[in-house]
Design a protein. Sequence first.
Length: 138
Amino acid sequence: MISEKMEKALNEQIAMEGHSSFVYLSIASWCDKEGLDGCNQFFRRQADEERFHMLKIFDYLSEVDGFAKVPAIEQVPHEYNSIQEIFKLTLEQERKVTSSINDLVRLSLDENDYTTKNFLEWYVAEQHEEETLFKSVL
Ligand code: OFO
């Protein structure tokens, strides 16, 4: 059983992961238009990964008798100036996600919810990996 507060916070994370997935899909489409095939494939894979991150929270909420909610689709940018600008923006985006995951870990500790803390550790490691990847590309 999960607290209402934790459930709400995890649903907000679902929305953030879904938003990241659409941002990366939009970037992939821009790369495709610009003839940047490798970057198109890279961001398509990232979009799929973010969708997976979102669905992983759906599954977790189901396991702990919570209720996962499908988020609204927010408009994402369609135009970019350069691939370098894109990697700067996406590193920034990943840092925001990391900070949000850290807030969730803190909340799980405040709530004495060690099951959720344990679940979130996968995301902590994943964010470290993603930030390192984006930095190395830059
Ligand atoms: Fe969802 O992992 Fe990065 O953003």
